[in-house]
Write a protein of this length. Structure first.
Lengths: 405, 399
């Protein structure tokens, strides 16, 4: 597989020496074959929706929001799918991730065939659930929503009670679709496999604390966002992550930094906010002498492991309740700050996606809290579809890094 | 500060209009006497709790003005809903009495943009902002009993917080009284909304909308008194003497129509359209469904939870079939010829449902729909007028 076979990837600078990363991309791109061979049903689930219950029910989780958009928009630069999304009922000012995803599904161009739609509805992402409704309706597929509503910090008792009932109902629904009963043992196994992946990502993220960071920004970002659905094969993904960890360990032992880094004393940049389709951003950070020391687009899902010494549904409910993206903004940011601090950033970039109403709506508060708590410079950027707006982002990042080195 | 509401039917609504003009002075006096004012934005917040706490509720639902929407961009991005931005912008600008008057706000956790009001009013305006969580995935079949348990807990929490804020415990008896008062308002308003079903109606939907909006700002007992006066006057009219209205009958649905947000309504009227029904949260949906407390032992919080959770769901909730059924029923009951779907720019939840609603109305009733996407800028008046005129001309052949 040659990454430069894809027009969108041709514009990007990859770390071609990092063999395990190539393996990760191959895993991502071979999902359709794996799904077909497995004969299992596929559940489309949103990007921040925990997937362990899906695997426990004997189905495969699939994140079309990420997968379809990366394949069609980022890799193949096929942005025409947005018009299909408009025909299906969205507006051009929606989040471009949703436009591409919806366009691919309603036009039948989705990479992986989907049997049903189920996602969590939280204090985030109205557009996601609307897209799920439209996609299910357009394809005549069953759909089920479960939710993680607003909770106060003082409402732990009823929060957990609610979440446990939601999860029980979700699991019953999934089981009714797959015909596989889900016992505590089976759910526990799914959680254990998920924990291996959570642990892998936490280890990879720890390398970003090193003085010679062994993984480039683009590779780290893609490692994080590609696997929210466990690539339809948690074990294969874990093996790939382990291979990546070994390579990174080797680099660290030899004192070798990632080849993309241009500066001996790079500005340590932490990226917060929404995942961007403008992958060039990550090369740009390094081009101007920065280095990525963290990115929390999806890291919320991986900060902590789910406890394995408790009844699995209870443990899953507790973990969900504490996930930062399920908390109100101020609490979310404060929960994230210890993780940011340990990465020792010099500056923060907050990424918003034009058309998203979720995180951009919270940006001012996030900025103010970060400023109060960390006292480091912050840059806000906005991106849309790949290639759009990238010149402006280039100038902004260049100026920002120059000011902070 | 000029007319808050530019009442069309000044004759019928003279008393209400005069009464409304006195509200700022009355509220100021009440505040001097130590009474607190609590604002809220969404109809999912039970104002009964605010009343029961001895405080004055105000539904802050102004819209239609560009300046507050722009001022709100200090907090929300320009690509967020103008109504949500206005909720912040009015307070920031400081030139709307009602937004300045509130001592606290209650914010229901609804859509992505509106939710921000809770954090921003607290942090940037220093106004206590009490959140109220709502479930999104409950449905009309009550398939998730945990949803109402969750909401009851949230209401209990809100009750406690409002009680602490007001300095008095909120007792069940006070909640029952407040429920009775609000139910009376709902009954009276609902009976008004029934009039335009008839082609000979003594009051137009637009007037009823103005009355509803006035009620958001008035002392509630006074509002009931005014509603009774209007009701009495309307009952005294003979329907046979009212000319038959032959204009195309329209329903308006979609995004919130704020107090003062008249751009599209004026265009429709000038073009010769007659709005007879709506499915908006600042219109008839606000007054639909009573709170029913069962006997003397029924829990008022249970009753509030049942009413406020299972009213017509806002589109941030996933029970789309219930909304479709409701829109279809209204269109059928009111003999509607066409739907004007009013969608504020960046209002995702309503926008994403337009195709479902349009297809359903056409399939069930052969009623066509016109999508009007706009914001609070006056620059698209000409374009909207052309669309509405063309739509009415098309309907004219079917009327």
């Amino acid at each position: 597989m040659n990454l430069s076979d894809y027009p969108g990837f041709k514009r990007l600078r990859f770390d071609t020496e990092l063999k395990a990363f190539n393996g990760l991309i191959s895993l991502f791109l071979s999902s359709a074959d794996r799904v077909k061979k497995s004969g299992k049903k596929v559940v489309a689930t949103g990007p921040l929706s925990p997937v362990d219950p899906i695997y426990a029910s004997g189905a495969l989780a699939y994140d079309p929001y990420t997968h379809e958009t990366i394949v069609h928009a980022v890799m193949n630069e096929n942005l025409n799918l947005t018009s299909q999304a408009l025909d299906a009922g969205l507006n051009s000012d929606f989040n471009p991730w949703n436009l591409i995803m919806l366009g691919s599904v309603v036009s039948g161009k989705n990479e992986i065939p989907i049997d049903m739609y189920s996602t969590a509805c939280g204090c985030w992402g109205d557009q996601i659930k609307k897209c799920w409704q439209i996609m299910a309706e357009a394809t005549g597929s069953p759909s089920y929503f479960w939710e993680i509503p607003r909770f106060d910090t003082e409402s732990e008792k009823w929060a957990l009670g609610f979440l446990i009932k939601e999860l029980e109902q979700l699991i019953r629904w999934l089981a009714s679709q797959t015909g596989q009963k889900v016992t505590n043992e089976i759910l526990g196994d799914a959680i254990r496999r998920g924990n291996l992946l959570r642990q892998d990502l936490l280890e990879i993220t720890k390398w970003l604390q090193s003085p010679n960071i062994p993984i480039s920004a683009l590779e780290y970002y893609m490692t994080q966002i590609l696997i929210g659905d466990y690539a339809q094969d948690p074990e294969a993904l874990h093996n790939q992550y382990q291979a990546l960890i070994e390579e990174l360990e080797e680099r660290v032992k030899k004192g070798v930094a990632a080849p993309g880094l241009k500066s001996k004393k790079p500005a340590r940049i932490y990226l917060m906010g929404e995942e961007t389709q403008a992958f060039q951003l990550f090369n740009i950070i390094e081009d101007y002498g920065g280095v990525l020391v963290g990115c929390d687009s999806r890291l919320s899902l991986y900060y902590e492991l789910i406890k394995e010494d408790e009844p699995p549904i209870n443990a899953l409910a507790k973990w969900i309740w504490k996930m930062p993206h399920n908390l109100p903004t101020a609490e979310r940011v404060k929960a994230t700050i210890p993780f940011i601090r340990q990465q020792k950033p010099d500056a923060i970039i907050i990424s918003s996606v034009v058309g998203s109403r979720n995180l951009p709506g919270a940006e001012i508060l996030v900025r103010d809290i970060i400023r109060d708590e960390l006292g480091i410079p912050i840059l806000s950027i906005e991106t849309t579809l790949p290639l759009e707006n990238i010149e402006k982002v280039d100038y902004q990042i260049r100026a920002f890094i120059e000011m902070n080195t | 500060m000029g007319d808050i509401i530019n009442f069309n039917n000044r004759g019928l609504l003279e008393s209400l209009a005069s009464r409304l003009e006195q509200e700022p002075e009355r509220i100021t006096q009440e505040k001097r006497r130590g009474k607190k004012v609590v604002g809220y934005f969404c109809p999912h917040v039970p104002e009964e709790l605010i009343l029961a706490a001895g405080m004055l509720p105000l539904r802050l639902a102004f819209g239609g003005e560009l300046e507050p929407a722009t001022a709100g961009e200090d907090f929300l991005k320009s690509y967020s809903c103008p109504y949500a931005r206005s909720c912040l912008g009015y307070r920031k600008l400081g030139n709307n009495f009602y937004y300045n008057a509130v001592d606290a706000v209650c914010v229901a956790y609804t859509c992505d943009s509106m939710r921000r009001n809770q954090e921003y009013w607290a942090k940037y305006f220093g106004v206590p902002a009490f959140p109220l969580g709502l479930t999104q995935t409950h449905d009309r079949f009550r398939s998730k009993p945990q949803a109402i348990e969750y909401f009851k807990n949230e209401l209990n929490l809100l009750q406690r917080r409002l009680g602490e804020f007001s300095g008095q415990d909120i007792k069940d008896g006070e909640i029952r009284k407040a429920i009775a008062l609000c139910n009376k308002i709902r009954e009276k308003l609902w009976s008004l909304y029934e009039y335009p079903r008839n082609k000979r109606t003594p009051i137009e939907w637009r007037d009823i909308l103005d009355i509803t909006h006035a009620g958001f700002l008035m002392e509630r007992a006074d509002f009931v008194h005014e509603l009774e006066k209007i009701d009495q006057e309307l009952r005294g009219k003979s329907l046979e003497e009212i000319p038959l209205d032959t204009r195309p009958r329209l329903m308006i649905g979609g995004s919130v129509i704020g107090i003062g947000d008249h751009k599209v309504l004026d265009i429709i009227k000038q073009a010769g359209g007659n709005i007879v029904a709506d499915s908006t949260c600042t219109g008839s949906m606000f007054s639909r469904k009573r709170v029913t407390v069962f006997g003397i032992i029924g829990s008022p919080i249970d009753a509030l939870a049942e009413r406020y959770l299972y009213n017509i769901p806002c589109p941030f909730m996933t029970d789309l079939p219930k909304r479709l059924n409701r829109v279809t029923k209204i269109a059928r009951d009111y003999g509607v010829h066409g739907l004007i779907y009013y969608n504020l720019k960046y209002c995702d939840t309503w926008r994403a449902e337009f195709k479902f609603i349009k297809d359903t109305l056409y399939k069930e009733l052969s009623v066509p729909s016109l999508l009007i996407e706009t914001d609070y800028s006056p620059t698209d008046v000409g374009t909207i007028r052309t669309k509405v005129e063309a739509f009415l001309e098309m309907l004219g052949g079917q009327v």
